[in-house]
Design a protein around this ligand. Structure first.
Ligand code: DC
Length: 226
């Protein structure tokens, strides 16, 4: 069940479009929580790897998706993952795990099992910023603010290469494959949600993007009834 009393900002977009940085800062400004829904897919990818489950094993991955041995935990800095009580967040944000997450996110049974946990993030909080690929289309379709962040691909590759200390060429190959996979899959592909405002971040710095999103948030808050 989606809690309609909670103000949700849904932010979607391709990899390295700045979703996490924008969500973190927007949540900080309003005293809300934020979640990277990608952490659910990444977390499952880490757990599968730790337990020796292949990314092609649909039955085992679906069962693991709601296995209580692992949890996603919300935090101010980044969305964390615990496996058997141990923090495995450092593994979660590696590029190889991002690619594995993209592969397993194509499995409809995995998506439907991870959905409930993502919606639970909106329980008992004043506001939630949720970012991912299908936050405005599937996870929180009634969110009063929906944003689609995008950036010219070369800007995104450079940004991610800088963050990870890798070459732009290496990053370009990995990201292109992942974006293609995320936007062409049959189940909940990355797309602009109905009613979403598209923001191109190519020529904006972080405060510039957050200000644009925040203007939309403030306007929506003014007319929002809960
Ligand atoms: O946003 P991210 O890079 O952490 O996401 C990792 C992968 O997880 C992404 O390539 C596709 C999948 N994902 C998804 O299918 N749906 C979401 N809402 C978020 C992520």
């Amino acid at each position: 069940m989606i809690d309609k009393k909670v103000f949700v900002v849904a932010i979607d977009g391709p990899s390295a479009s700045g979703k996490s940085s924008v969500s973190r800062e927007l949540a900080r400004r309003h005293g809300w929580v934020w979640v990277s829904t990608g952490a659910f897919y990444r977390g499952l990818a880490v757990v599968a790897r730790e337990l020796g489950v292949a990314t092609s094993d649909v039955a085992k991955l679906s069962a693991l998706a709601d296995d209580e041995r692992w949890q996603v935990v919300l935090a101010d800095d980044r969305t964390r993952v615990l496996l058997d009580g141990k923090d495995v967040t450092d593994q979660v944000y590696r590029e190889d795990i991002g690619n594995a997450a993209s592969t397993i996110s194509q499995i409809p049974a995995v998506r439907s099992r991870l959905l409930e946990g993502q919606r639970r993030c909106a329980k008992g909080v004043a506001g939630l910023v949720a970012e991912g690929r299908d936050c405005g289309t599937v996870v929180f379709p009634d969110a009063p603010v929906k944003i689609y962040l995008t950036a010219h691909s070369e800007h995104r590759f450079e940004r991610r290469a800088r963050e990870e200390g890798r070459s732009v060429e290496e990053t370009r190959a990995a990201q292109t494959q992942r974006d293609l996979q995320d936007s062409t899959r049959a189940s909940a592909p990355l797309q602009v949600a109905p009613g979403a405002v598209v923001i191109d971040t190519s020529h904006l710095d972080l405060p510039g993007v957050v200000n644009k999103v925040d203007d939309l948030v403030k306007a929506a808050l003014a007319s929002w009834k809960n």
